[in-house]
Write a protein that binds this ligand. Structure first.
Ligand code: ADP
Length: 558
């Protein structure tokens, strides 16, 4: 722009100068031509006056003409009234043709003087002729050529050229300075704050527009960055992992979960960060246009990988991968499978015994005296079977979610006393003493399930006890908490078994538990019952010293 402004200013001044120069030259030329005319006319008068004094003394007259002709820079011609050239200071008169037809001569013969400006082809220049009729009827003609005019002008030409050069240099400097001063405010524009600029009025609409666009742009950028931050925040805090693959299999996007779970990173090729076969197969399949799911295990967690194609055109597919933590679901599935296996095992064992003894009796293989013992065995196993089925039913009841509807205020101390009474006989049989310190407390709960919970805890404390052992049951209230403690000084539970005893069918000593009639479901029922009442369970046990189970109920909101 600077260059264009400079060239424009310079060309304008140059053009102005050239035009001025031409105009001045033309005016000067005309002025000079006028003065040349006047000079020629004056010279004609002087010469004609001088010629008068010679009174037709031809010799003197010609000698005067010669002198005058030599001094004059004009052409002096002396013409006879019939047109014969008698003298010419620039040519031989004899060689010159008759001038009677020359308009200035004709005019002078008629009016006393005549003038004309004629262009001469031979000389290639304009000539001014002034003719004057002398008293003797002859004509004196004096002519000046434009050459002489230009000659007059040549003297000043050098100055004109000098002035011209000076002005051109000046115009270059001025054009430069002007360009600078024009461009400077534009160069110094503060585009970050368009409205703060104090510059040309003509720029105001542009600056206003700039300011408006800048505000809009800022708003858009803010909106976009807000959305981006939000998206990054959401995606990075999502437990679900998301990975985006380009059609060539490069990772173009991955949230934090995905990066942590798979150990991948953005811009890697999909096989680079994670070499798991399921993952590779699923992503490859999605890139080929077929959705696929796979299981991925890492650090004790199980994830489901769902890869699906993103169709850009029928041949090329980008891919999306969702990673979901299914550890709990997987464990639940595992537990369900184990439970089914356990259930069938727990049912099959007594049924096999029952069926065996019954067969012995029915086929009369058993000796007569053994039949009552076998029948007793069948009865024991059947009772066991019933116990298992009952416990399974209790557990499945606990799995139902609508039990909270049955909640009411339950007097826990009363319930405890009732359980103690129900178990007193068993305790006596085992020579175990039950001691209790029960505060009269109420909780909001479902009485039959709370009964089962207390029963199983106290039952275990009796069964897994030693003769002369004791069971200490206490109910206490602390602020909003109601604390039930069932303590025994029985056989205790080895530490390695403690984390698992709440699992279904888990028993520390399978054979002993079987003897005691345990199903391995008691503590599982306790755990579920506590969860239903939003209570916490704590178990401390030392083999050979005893076990303490504490259940904390919260009467306020937990
Ligand atoms: P079970 O019907 O076999 O008693 P539970 O679920 O009630 O099943 O208990 C699981 C296992 O935990 C029992 O087999 C037993 O080995 C152990 N256990 C439970 N309570 C006690 C306790 N108070 N003292 C010692 N061991 C216990």
């Amino acid at each position: 722009m600077r260059k264009r402004v400079f060239i424009s200013i310079f060309l304008t001044s140059l053009l102005t100068m050239i035009l001025t120069f031409i105009l001045i030259s033309w005016i000067m030329y005309n002025n000079t031509f006028d003065s040349v005319k006047r000079e020629v006319q004056n010279e004609s008068f002087y010469v004609s006056d001088a010629l008068k004094t010679y009174n037709n003394d031809t010799a003197d007259m010609f000698s005067y003409l010669n002198r005058a002709g030599l001094k004059s820079r004009n052409r002096i011609t002396y013409i006879k009234s019939d047109g014969t050239v008698l003298y010419d200071n620039l040519a031989l008169a004899a060689d010159m043709e008759n001038h009677s037809d020359r308009p200035e001569v004709i005019e002078a013969l008629q009016t006393g003087h005549g003038e004309i400006t004629r262009y001469s082809d031979t000389l290639g220049e304009s000539i001014y002729y002034y003719a004057i009729k002398l008293e003797d009827g002859n004509i004196l003609r004096i002519a000046a050529t434009t050459k002489s005019i230009l000659g007059m002008m040549t003297g000043s030409a050098i100055w004109i050229i000098l002035i011209f050069i000076t002005f051109i240099s000046l115009s270059v400097i001025i054009a430069r300075l002007l360009t600078k001063s024009i461009v400077r405010p534009i160069n110094n524009l503060d585009l970050d704050n368009p409205l703060s600029n104090k510059t040309y009025d003509e720029l105001s609409p542009l600056l206003l527009r700039l300011d408006k666009q800048k505000t809009e742009l800022m708003e858009n950028v803010q909106e976009i960055s807000k959305t981006r931050i939000n998206f990054a925040f959401i995606s990075n805090n999502m437990s679900v992992g998301i990975v985006v693959f380009s059609e060539k299999g490069y990772i173009t996007g991955a949230n934090r979960s995905a990066r942590d779970i798979l150990g991948i990173d953005i811009q890697q090729f999909f096989m680079e960060g994670c070499r798991d076969l399921g993952y590779i197969k699923a992503v490859r399949s999605a890139l080929e246009g077929k959705p696929m799911t796979a299981k991925f295990e890492k650090s004790g967690f199980v994830y489901q990988l769902s890869a699906s194609p993103v169709k850009e055109n029928p041949e090329k597919h980008a891919a999306l991968l969702f990673i979901t933590d299914i550890t709990e679901k997987d464990q639940a599935e595992q537990r369900r499978k184990e439970f089914s296996a356990n259930v069938s095992h727990e049912l099959k064992t007594p049924l096999t015994s029952i069926s065996g003894y019954a067969e012995l009796i029915s086929k009369k293989i058993a000796k007569k005296e053994d039949v009552p013992r076998f029948a007793e065995m069948i009865h024991t196993e059947a009772t066991r079977l019933l116990q298992v089925i009952e416990d399974i039913m209790k557990l499945s009841r606990l799995d139902e979610s609508d039990l909270e509807k049955e909640f009411e205020d339950v007097n826990l101390s009363k319930l405890c006393t009732s359980v103690i009474n129900d178990l007193q006989q068993i305790a006596q049989n085992k020579d175990v003493v039950i001691k209790s310190d029960l505060k009269n407390v109420y909780i909001n709960g479902y009485s039959p399930i709370l009964y089962e919970m207390l029963y199983n805890l106290i039952d275990n404390a009796i069964i897994y006890n030693n003769p002369k052992g004791y069971v200490d049951i206490s109910l206490a209230e602390e602020e909003d908490e109601i604390i039930l403690t069932v303590k025994d000084n029985g056989i205790g539970i080895p530490p390695e078994h403690q984390p698992r005893i709440f699992e279904r069918f888990y028993r520390v000593d399978k054979s002993h538990s079987r003897d005691t009639g345990g199903t391995g479901l008691g503590l599982s029922i306790v755990k579920h019952a506590a969860a239903l009442h939003k209570a916490d369970i704590d178990l401390t046990s030392t083999p050979g010293e005893g076990t303490t189970v504490t259940v904390t109920f919260y009467n306020g909101d937990k």
